[in-house]
Design a protein around this ligand. Structure first.
Ligand code: SF4
Ligand code: SF4
Length: 338
């Protein structure tokens, strides 16, 4: 088993054989290699792209689970966005315009279960057809039927990221409330079978495990169970998404923020939340301090605004404490990360 640190500072990825990036470079060739070069250059603050290289779209605000680490699972949490959906035609318009400006990668999930959305497969197909190179979804896997697997493969998805967080049904049931461990495991195995039958190497399958107190003892077992079956495994530290909850109160922001932290995210990616609000990274917190809204302004104008430049510059300089959202985010990494 080969073990490497891969891309995200918060997630350690493990894989048997080639890395996802190496596999995709083999399959997709020069255009993929070029896009990854731009991505790595943005991560190192060497280029300031004129348009995000990657976009996350929150297609709707709903989920079929109530996980303990998620606002969807917090009974005290108020959900002002419940029931809202992003306009599909607006998404397509942004994708089409974005491709001309260097948009190369897209994910159709934020704080939502994408397999609940009827528009998903059509959007993946559309993104692929207009030239988006890398197309992701993150799912809890409950609705990953054989039929859905087949549709995702044929639509052109490149990364299927399934969050499991456990190596036993007992631990799973503590964390992923409303889910069914055995069903998700079966769905993952069926997906691999369908993919093999189609002869496709894509989408690559990432299995995720977010370390928390109830599951941390199962990391090793989880890795052993899956590393030779899926394309890669991501073991991530917990980043607190429960804004204004008791969990956040325990963060002690002023104590935990120490030293420099250079966040590359606002240099490469941007999230469009379900109500059209925009923030230049993938953190859920960003929805509370939007820097614009796609129904009021063009995304390119939002991205090139002074607000984004400010967030980019403070993060390059390691002064994230100058923005309340970044401060909260970095503090949660110190407290729960690793
Ligand atoms: S599956 Fe994802 S979005 Fe749904 S409740 Fe769990 S963590 Fe939240
Ligand atoms: S909130 Fe700030 S520090 Fe956190 S990921 Fe986003 S841009 Fe980076």
């Amino acid at each position: 088993m080969k073990e490497k640190l891969y891309l995200e500072e918060t997630a350690k990825s493990l894989y048997a054989g080639k890395s996802p990036e190496e596999i995709l470079a083999d399959i997709l060739g020069e255009k993929y290699i070029k896009y990854r070069k731009r991505w790595h250059n943005a991560q190192q603050f060497k280029i300031r792209p004129l348009f995000p290289i990657h976009l996350d779209f929150e297609l709707a605000y709903r989920c079929n689970l109530k996980c303990i680490m998620c606002p969807h699972g917090d009974p005290k949490f108020k959900h002002p966005y419940m029931g809202k959906k992003l306009d599909t035609e607006m998404i397509k318009k942004i994708l089409k315009g974005g491709v001309q400006q260097g948009l190369s990668s897209v994910r159709f999930s934020v704080l939502n279960e994408p397999l609940l959305e009827k528009s998903l497969v059509d959007l993946i197909r559309y993104a692929k057809d207009i030239g988006i190179i890398d197309i992701f979804i993150t799912t809890n896997g409950m609705l990953l039927s054989e039929q859905k697997s087949y549709e995702l493969i044929h639509a052109g998805l490149t990364h299927l990221m399934v969050s499991l967080d456990a190596a036993t049904p007992e631990t799973y049931s503590i964390i992923r409330k409303g889910g069914n461990y055995k069903k998700v495991v079966k769905n993952i195995e069926n997906f691999l079978k369908v993919r093999a039958e189609t002869g496709s190497r894509l989408p690559l399958l990432r299995l995720s495990f977010t370390k928390m107190k109830p599951n941390v003892h199962e990391v090793e077992k989880f890795v052993k169970m899956w590393v030779d079956k899926v394309d890669y495994i991501a073991i991530a530290g917990y980043l607190n998404n429960l804004d204004d909850s008791e969990v956040n109160k325990r963060l002690r922001v002023s104590r935990t923020i120490k030293g420099k932290f250079n966040c590359w995210q606002p240099w490469a990616r941007c999230t469009i939340f379900v109500n059209g609000d925009v923030f230049p990274c993938c953190m859920n917190y960003g929805r509370y301090t939007p820097i614009g809204n796609i129904y009021k302004e063009r995304l390119i104008d939002i991205w090139q605004s002074d607000k984004v430049k400010f967030i980019q510059d403070i993060n390059k300089a390691g002064k994230c404490f100058k923005h309340p959202t970044c401060l909260k985010c970095v503090s949660s990494r110190d407290k729960f990360g690793g």
